[in-house]
Every structure is written in structure tokens, then in C-alpha cells.
Design a protein around this ligand. Structure first.
Ligand code: PLP
Length: 389
């Protein structure tokens, strides 16, 4: 089905095509100089000491847990209102995901209070997810982590360049740079699109070196180093995988990262139009609409998606509203079905009332930088009609 207004549109042009052509002409398409440049550019943009490309964020999260020595018998706290990979990766390492509720309907990020209440002697880490690129309460989460000696992984898939104003540090930090390791996705519909792709960032050199070994078979040198004559042999010092990005994707990532700030400024405008048009609509909540109040200067948010929440009616009613929008030519989605309600997690018996309400009432509306004010008006009016009819 084709929509008048799709959920997402790629921000691709001549520069991406040129980057691919140049990479092919340079005759090196697997992990090499473009991955290194993408890592250096990303680290600089986020003011992170170390960055490492990966084949996707699922494997980045998996490597993060391994690098932090999380394994069988351990528990890792996770949100349920997230893409299921945030929880599944905990299972990959043999640990148990423990689901936590969100803060509320205005703020869909994990609740620090829930985190603290679910800590046991087996808890080794928390993986937080910055929903739509709006930061979790990292001051509170880092204080809890320090108090209980647990690690913090940031699933920052939604938030490249998004900012967090830390009250305790009196400074603004980029998402992904606050905890022990930050993980990003460059899946095709993300703020940076490379088709598939991911990135890890961290500040500890020991962790960085572990991640590098995990990414490529535990080998001490890369094919690119050997091809360049910088080395002729390698040792395998630990068990690793092939979770590498290739230079074709890195070439796209470099161009996309270069455009990101401009793209985010346009998305902020799109969000503002939506907020103005949906303000005071009786049956609709716009999560995060109070987020910038009292924050000066206004932080940069990635606005990866634009979620709205119906105030009542349940999942069936929400799906009828979505069907009406689809019939009007507007594509929508749901971010997310609650992970703890998937069959695979039935045995967790998690009680997360706020997450369950959100999962049954959320609708994701189109969000991308090319949307015009008229497009946004069309979507907002379509939503109001769909809810009222
Ligand atoms: C919050 C979140 N975590 C993890 C992932 C997994 O990323 P990838 O598709 O790159 O493996 C995604 C991607 O959809 C995501 O949105």
C-alpha cells in the first residue's frame, strides 16, 4: 500500500550515491578506512573518547553486555516499551532481563524508581532506552548505578546527537556518552540510515579494546591492516564474532552524520507544528510535550519518531483509529508492543501497568525532515477526525 504521507522518508541524495561510487572506485569495500573515519567523526560529534562501528545495534548491545562481563545467573534491568532487541540481547549472554515500567504518559522512558525497586543481589546492569531521542533521567539512573555498583548501557538507537542536561554535572552531554557504553542503530528508518549498521561508544580504553576483539573473531589485527602491509600475521586472543560494518555502509554513515544536525533542526520544527496543532485536543496526549519547559538553552533532540497517545479506548479502538488514518493516506506505526507481553517473555509475569496502557494507546505518526507544514496539518487533522468519528 502506498501512502500520501509515509511514516518515514530517507534523507538520501547525490552525496550518498557519490560516497558509494568513491568507495567502490577505491577498491576497498569491507571494514577499512571509511569505518575508521566514520568512527572518528562519530566520536568527535558526540565528544566520546572511543567509537566502534558494528553491523547493527542488536549485536552492539550483545557485545556491550559481553564486554561488561554480564553472563549466566545475572539480571539486567530493561524497559519493556522498547524494541525487543533491548531485552533479547540480555538472553543472548545467558542473563535474565527484568522489565521495568515507564515514568508516565508524558515521559515514556524507564522509571528510575522502578529500576531501584527491582535491584537484587543478582542485578549487574541496566540497559536504558532513550525513547524517541528524549533522554532518560540519567542523573537519577547514574546515582542508583553508583549506589548499587551496577553497569549502565544506553540503548541510544533513537538519539544520535540528542542531548541531556545533567543537573548533577551542570553540563550538557550527548546521549550514549553518560553510561558505560552507548549503542546506536543505523537501520534504514533511523536518524542515520545505512541500511543496516550500528555503533558503540565508550570512555574506557579497556572496554574499547574488548569490544574490538569481540567484533572481529578475537583477532589482534584486521584484514585492512594486513592488506596495507602494516602487519602480516595475527593471533586470536579471545572468542569473538563477525559483527563488523563494511566500508560501503560507513561511507553512507559519514555523509548521513554530516547532514544530521540540519536534519534534526528541521525535525524539531515538524514536532513543533504537530504540538501546536494537537494542543488541547481532548482525547490525545502528546508525550514529551513539556520536556523542554524550563530547559535553557533548549537541548537538541533527535525526534526519531513522533508518538501520540489516545486517552482511552484500548488497543482495538487504537487500531480502528490507525485504520482510519491509513485509509486517509497516512501511514502510522506503534512504538512499541510491550516486550514483556511477547510469548517469549510470558514466564516473567511482569506487572507494568503504565507500559501496558501506553502500548495499547500509542500511535506513531509520520516524522521526517522533509515534511511540510501542510503535510503535518493533513496528518494532525486526519488524526483528530479519526479519533472523533
Ligand atoms: C530501541 C532499539 N533498540 C535496538 C534496536 C536494534 O537495532 P538494529 O536493527 O540495528 O539491530 C532498534 C532498532 O530498531 C531499536 O529501535
Amino acid at each position: 500500500m502506498s501512502f500520501k504521507i509515509p511514516l518515514f522518508d530517507l534523507n538520501y541524495g547525490a552525496d550518498e550515491i557519490q560516497a558509494l561510487t568513491d568507495t567502490i572506485n577505491d577498491n576497498w569495500i569491507s571494514t577499512g578506512p571509511r569505518c575508521e573515519k566514520f568512527e572518528a567523526d562519530f566520536a568527535k560529534a558526540l565528544r566520546a573518547p572511543y567509537a566502534l562501528t558494528a553491523d547493527n545495534c542488536t549485536n552492539a548491545l550483545f557485545m556491550a553486555l559481553l564486554a561488561l562481563d554480564i553472563g549466566p545467573g545475572d539480571e539486567v534491568l530493561v524497559p519493556s516499551l522498547t524494541f525487543v532487541a533491548t531485552a533479547n540481547t540480555v538472553k543472548y549472554v545467558g542473563a535474565t532481563p527484568v522489565f521495568c515500567d515507564i515514568l508516565g504518559y508524558d515521559n515514556l522512558c524507564i522509571s528510575p524508581e522502578e529500576i531501584e525497586s527491582k535491584i537484587t543481589s543478582r542485578t549487574k546492569a541496566v540497559t536504558v532506552m532513550h525513547y524517541a531521542g528524549f533522554p532518560c533521567d540519567m542523573d537519577a539512573i547514574m546515582a542508583i548505578a553508583r549506589k548499587h555498583n551496577i553497569r549502565v548501557i544506553e540503548d541510544a538507537c533513537h538519539g544520535p546527537l540528542s542531548e541531556y542536561q545533567s543537573q548533577s554535572l551542570s553540563m550538557t552531554k550527548k546521549l550514549g556518552t553518560i553510561g558505560d557504553i552507548g549503542c546506536f542503530s543505523f537501520f534504514s528508518n533511523k536518524n542515520i540510515s545505512t541500511g543496516e549498521g550500528g555503533m558503540l561508544i565508550c570512555k574506557d580504553e579497556v572496554i574499547y579494546k574488548r569490544l574490538k576483539l569481540l567484533r572481529s573473531h578475537g583477532m589482534t589485527t584486521t584484514s585492512y591492516q594486513r592488506a596495507g602491509g602494516h602487519s602480516t600475521k595475527y593471533d586470536v586472543v579471545s572468542l569473538g564474532y563477525n559483527f563488523r560494518m563494511d566500508d560501503l555502509r560507513a561511507a553512507l554513515g559519514i555523509v548521513q552524520l554530516g547532514k544530521l544536525k540540519t536534519d534534526l533542526v528541521k525535525r524539531a520544527q515538524v514536532r513543533q507544528w504537530y504540538e501546536e496543532l494537537l494542543e488541547d485536543t481532548p482525547n490525545i496526549i502528546v508525550p514529551f510535550s513539556a520536556f523542554h519547559v524550563g530547559r535553557s538553552p533548549k537541548p537538541l533532540y533527535s525526534n526519531y519518531i513522533f508518538p501520540v497517545m489516545l486517552k482511552q479506548g484500548g488497543a482495538d479502538h487504537r487500531d480502528i483509529v490507525r485504520d482510519r488514518l491509513h485509509a486517509a493516506g497516512v501511514q502510522t506505526s506503534v512504538h512499541y508492543p510491550a516486550a514483556h507481553r511477547f510469548s517469549i517473555y510470558q514466564s516473567c509475569h511482569a506487572n507494568l501497568p503504565l507500559t501496558e496502557f501506553a502500548a495499547d494507546h500509542l500511535i506513531t505518526l509520520p516524522m521526517y525532515s522533509q515534511l511540510s507544514k501542510d503535510d503535518v496539518k493533513f496528518v494532525a487533522e486526519g488524526l483528530i477526525n479519526a479519533v472523533e468519528s
